[in-house]
Design a protein around this ligand. Structure first.
Ligand code: MN
Ligand code: MN
Length: 456
C-alpha cells in the first residue's frame, strides 16, 4: 500500500475554498494577458502591479534592509524584482525565472511595399512558429518606433476599436498545389505579409499610390515617415483577447501563455508575499528566450549579474558565493499530453492538464541534447517543498525521445552555478497564436512559485 505513484487529477484534491482562489487568480491572469502581449508591455504591466505593492526602482548602491522591495528595469524589455530576505545573500537567493517574449511576426526593417494596388508590411517571424497558423486571423502591431529626433512612439496599431490587419491565404479552389506540399512549406516565410490598405492617393502621377496613402495616414496620425520603420520594433500579435474555454470554463485560451503564464505566476507569488522571506526572493521576466536567450535583454545578458552583484556588494557578499548557494526555478511551460496526437507522446512520462505544475528534469531532445539536466538532489528538493506546501505537481518529459524536445532558460541559470530546475504549466497547442492551459495548472504554478520564494 502506498508504494506506487498515484497520478491525481487536481479536481479530486482541490478544496472548494481553493477553487475560489483559483478562479480569482485566473481572472487576474486574464486581465494581465489582455494588457501585455509583448515583452515590453509585460514590463510596463509588471511595474504597474509591483509599484501598487510598494516596489521601487532599484538604484545602484541603494541601502537595502529585509523586507525592502525593488525592481530593476533592463531597457524596458527585461525586468528583475526582489524582496530582500532576512538572511544575507551569502546564503543565496530563491529565484524564479520566466520569459515574456512569445513567438510572433516582427516587421522587417524595410517592411512597406505595394503590390497590385494593395499595401503590405513584410514580416520576419520570431521564434518557432507553424507559419500556416498565422494566416487569416486578425492581427495587431505592437511596439515602438524611435524617431530621428530621439523621441519614441509606443504604439498598439489595431488595438481596441482600431482596424486590424491580416495575412491572406489562397482559397481551397486554387489551393491544389499548396495542399500537395508538406505543412511546413505550404506558407513560405516570405508570404507572411500583412495586408494594410488599398486606397490610392489622388495624385495619379505617384508611382505607388496606395503605399503613399498609407504612409500619409501614418504621418498625419503619428508624424512617421517611411524611414522611421528602420528604427522601429513592431511585433505582429494576434488581435484576440484571452478567454475562458470549455462548457465548464476549465481552460484559458490566449496568445502567449508561453511563457507569460509562468511569468505571471512568479510575479503574483512575489507580490502576494506577506511576510519577510528568509532568503531574498528574486523574480525574473527574461526577453529573447524564443530565439536563444541571447542579447542584452536575454537571460544570458550580464544585466542579471549587474543587478545581483550590486545587491551583493551592499551586503559585502561576493556574487559567486551568492550564486553558488542560490536556487532557481526556471518557470517555463511544457507540452501537455494531447490525445489527438498520441503518436508523439510517451503517455507515462508526459504532463497532463489538471495534474498541476509540471517539473521537467531535462528538456533537450534526442538524447537530452542541449539540456540542463537537473540533479536528482534538486528534483528531491522541489518535490519536498511542493508537497509540503500543498502544490499539486507532476514530473514530465517533452514528447517521445526521438520526436524533439525543447529549450528554456534553465541552462543559462545553471551555467551561473545556480542550482536550477524547470517547472511550469502544461500547454496545449504551444507556440500557436492561440494556446490553451488549464486553470488548475496555472494556480498550482503560482503556488509552486510561492513555495520556492518562501523556502528557507
Ligand atoms: Mn517557453
Ligand atoms: Mn516557447
Amino acid at each position: 500500500m502506498g508504494v506506487l505513484i498515484e497520478k491525481k487529477n487536481g479536481y479530486d484534491v482541490i478544496s472548494a475554498e481553493e477553487k475560489t482562489a483559483m478562479e480569482d487568480y485566473c481572472k487576474a491572469y486574464i486581465d494581465f494577458m489582455n494588457a501585455a502581449k509583448t515583452e515590453r508591455e509585460c514590463v510596463v504591466e509588471c511595474i504597474k502591479l509591483a509599484e501598487a505593492k510598494g516596489f521601487v526602482p532599484y538604484k545602484a548602491g541603494m541601502e537595502l534592509k529585509p523586507g525592502d522591495k525593488v525592481y530593476y528595469n533592463n531597457r524596458g524589455k527585461n525586468i528583475d524584482l526582489a524582496v530582500i530576505g532576512k538572511k544575507s545573500l551569502v546564503y543565496g537567493a530563491n529565484i524564479a525565472a520566466a520569459h515574456t517574449d512569445s513567438p510572433r511576426l516582427d516587421l522587417k526593417p524595410n517592411p512597406l511595399y505595394e503590390a497590385e494596388e494593395m499595401a503590405f508590411l513584410k514580416t520576419h517571424y520570431y521564434g518557432g512558429i507553424k507559419k500556416f497558423q498565422w494566416v487569416t486571423i486578425p492581427l495587431e502591431l505592437h511596439g515602438v518606433v524611435c524617431l530621428k529626433d530621439g523621441s519614441k512612439l509606443e504604439v498598439k496599431f489595431g488595438h481596441g476599436d482600431e482596424p486590424k490587419f491580416v495575412i491572406t491565404d489562397i482559397l481551397p479552389h486554387l489551393g491544389k498545389q499548396q495542399a500537395a506540399k508538406p505543412l511546413g512549406e505550404a506558407i513560405p516565410g516570405e508570404n507572411l505579409n500583412l495586408l494594410i490598405g488599398s486606397v490610392p492617393v489622388e495624385d495619379k502621377e505617384a508611382k505607388t499610390r496606395v503605399k503613399q496613402y498609407v504612409m500619409e495616414l501614418l504621418n498625419e496620425k503619428y508624424g512617421m515617415v517611411e524611414e522611421d520603420f528602420l528604427s522601429a520594433e513592431l511585433e505582429t500579435v494576434p488581435a484576440f483577447d484571452a478567454t475562458e474555454i470549455g462548457f465548464d470554463r476549465s481552460f484559458i485560451g490566449a496568445y502567449g501563455h508561453d511563457d507569460r503564464v509562468c511569468a505571471f505566476a512568479e510575479l503574483k507569488a512575489l507580490l502576494d508575499m506577506e511576510e519577510i522571506p528568509e532568503r531574498t526572493a528574486v523574480c525574473i521576466f527574461a526577453d529573447k528566450e524564443e530565439i536563444g536567450s541571447m542579447g542584452i535583454t536575454g537571460m544570458i545578458s550580464q544585466a542579471f549579474e549587474h543587478f545581483m552583484n550590486d545587491m551583493c556588494k551592499g551586503q559585502g557578499v561576493d556574487l559567486y558565493d551568492c550564486f553558488a548557494k542560490s536556487f532557481c526555478l526556471s518557470a517555463d511551460v511544457t507540452a501537455a499530453l494531447d490525445p489527438n496526437f498520441m503518436e508523439v507522446f510517451e503517455a507515462n512520462n508526459e504532463s497532463r492538464v489538471n495534474h498541476g505544475i509540471a517539473i521537467c528534469k531535462y528538456t533537450g531532445g534526442r538524447g537530452k541534447g542541449g539540456a540542463s539536466d537537473a540533479n536528482a538532489e534538486t528534483v528531491a528538493y522541489v518535490r519536498k517543498i511542493f508537497t509540503e506546501n500543498g502544490v499539486l505537481w507532476q514530473l514530465t518529459e517533452m514528447g517521445k525521445i526521438d520526436e524533439g524536445g525543447g529549450g528554456t532558460v534553465a541552462l543559462d541559470m545553471a551555467n551561473r552555478n545556480i542550482e536550477t530546475i524547470d517547472a511550469g504549466v502544461p500547454v496545449l497547442s504551444m507556440h500557436a497564436p492561440f494556446e490553451v492551459v488549464a486553470k488548475l495548472d496555472c494556480y498550482m504554478t503560482y503556488k509552486g512559485c510561492k513555495a520556492v520564494f518562501e523556502a528557507r
